[in-house]
Write a protein that binds this ligand. Structure first.
Ligand code: MV4
Length: 451
């Protein structure tokens, strides 16, 4: 096994990866910016290297500094976590060129899935169901009109370099099409430096369901079931579930098998997530994420599989130690993302945590780098903790989540804990009756009541 791994990240995910390493007897190297000197991921690492100033582009995104840190510490592999450089194909390539192992998929697959048009065409070629739309980029208004008429209005204009909800325009009728197309192209160019756009039929009120997969270097590829991530605000996930989701085990097996067949053909390695929209009957591929995801713990709690340890073993060159039939789905799991934000308007709330008490007990997991006295910094993502609970049924899980949220004390700063408490008391949520628009509507109505 590797003797030492560098973790090119910070916060809870850096700790999550360190924990996996420690259990495997692997030494860890933390990298940090100047302002992160006292961060928990630095304190818990075996070694640490300062890689630059506060601004992420000069530190956590600073490829030469990270490669240098890996070289001077005699590191063998780099885990990128999520965000930062995790889906940067050229970083993955540079890591390998320096004789280091990148703990993730091949850079060719990262690059392919980063291009939304190319990934959708590839998904279709591999036999996955896709949303009806243009075959590839839309270059002129005539093709756009023809395509839109064929699939029927309303349609969406999506940016190929977008993803995660950025660069999407809704077009309700033909007379808006030309304007929207021109505008979408202009916006995509300034936001992503790429003006390639495509058309898709609008699905009304779908759920966001994603499949977790793991593939080794020997052609074995399995899925760990699905997560329902429909509860989002401005394309940021707020709460995720695994176990008893909107689909039954028959549909899980069917779509899971299709996903595995498709990605086996591609020769995909390491962890990945295939995102679908689900309209209550059919699945439609929308994108694939080629990294470890924030919400991976809900899958770990229902399958009992440590996804980060599996990533490391795969990167080292070990075959998967289990087959699809060994993967059991046990009970239900929910993750609440806790952000350092004002619960009323979601504005950032950095500052010193004066009081800290994390919940615990049966079926409760907290992934966080917080401690009493820590100062939440304004420079980075506002996610400060993930509260993940497990139960034999969804109902047991909800009861456990309520008591765990009640136990959680984060003093000195504002957090989104109060919002999570409100969400899980909503009848629609309790009954599992929600789609990708439900949370925004709930938050809007709540705002009106408050005023
Ligand atoms: C869609 C859609 C409806 N129809 N595509 C937004 C983020 C990106 N991952 C895909 N998104 C959507 N694509 C078609 N053809 C609705 C959304 C969408 C959404 C998707 C997942 C989670 C939250 C969402 C919130 C609003 C819109």
């Amino acid at each position: 096994m590797f003797e030492k791994i560098l973790i090119a990240n910070r916060g809870e995910i850096a700790l999550r990866i360190q924990r996996a390493c420690r259990e495997m007897g692997i030494k860890t190297v933390a990298v940090h910016s100047t302002v992160d000197e006292n961060a928990m991921h630095v304190r818990l690492a075996d070694e640490s290297v300062c890689i630059g100033p506060a601004s992420a582009k000069d530190s956590y995104l600073n490829i030469p500094a990270i490669i240098t840190a890996a070289t001077i510490t005699n590191t063998e592999a780099i885990h990128p976590g999520y965000g930062f450089l995790s889906e940067n194909a050229s970083f993955a390539e540079i890591v390998e060129e320096h004789g280091l192992r990148f703990i993730g998929p091949g850079f060719d697959h990262i690059s392919l899935m980063g291009d939304k048009i190319a990934s959708k065409l590839k998904a279709e070629e591999l036999g996955l169901p896709i949303v009806p739309g243009s075959k590839g980029p839309i270059n002129d208004i005539e093709t756009a009109k023809k395509t839109a008429k064929k699939i029927g209005f309303p349609v969406l204009v999506k940016a190929s370099a977008g993803g995660g909800g950025r660069g999407i325009k809704i077009v309700r009728e033909e007379k808006e099409l030309e304007n929207s197309l021109v505008q979408a192209r202009r916006e995509a160019l300034s936001a992503f430096g790429n003006d390639s756009v495509y058309l898709e039929k609008l699905l009304e009120g779908p759920r966001h369901i994603e499949f977790q997969i793991l593939g080794d270097n020997f052609g074995h590829l399995i899925h760990l079931g699905e997560r329902d991530c429909s509860l989002q605000r401005r394309h940021q996930k707020i709460l995720e579930e695994a176990g008893f989701t909107a689909i039954d085990t028959g549909l899980r097996d069917k779509i899971g098998t299709q996903v595995c067949e498709a990605l086996s053909k591609l020769g995909y390695r390491n962890a990945g997530t295939v995102e679908f929209l689900f309209d209550g009957r059919d699945f439609y591929f929308i994108e694939m994420n080629t990294r470890l995801q924030v919400e991976h713990p809900v899958t770990e709690l229902v399958t009992g599989i440590d996804i980060v340890q599996e990533q490391i073993k795969i990167a080292y060159g070990q075959p998967l130690s289990f087959k699809q039939k060994d993967v059991m789905f046990n009970g239900h799991s929910i993750e609440c993302r806790i952000n350092a934000e004002d619960p009323n308007d979601f504005s950032p709330s950095p500052g010193r945590v004066t009081d800290y008490h994390a919940p615990g007990g049966f079926g409760v997991r907290v992934d966080s780098a917080l401690y009493s006295g820590y100062s939440v910094l304004p420079y980075y993502d506002s996610l400060i903790s993930k509260l993940i609970v497990h139960g034999t049924s969804r109902n047991e899980c909800l009861l456990r989540l309520e008591r765990a949220l009640d136990e959680y004390v984060i003093g000195g700063i504002e957090s989104t804990i109060p919002i999570q408490k409100e969400i899980i008391k909503e009848t629609n949520f309790i009954n599992g009756e929600y789609d990708v628009h439900w949370l925004e509507k709930f938050l809007n109505d709540r705002k009106k009541v408050k005023k």
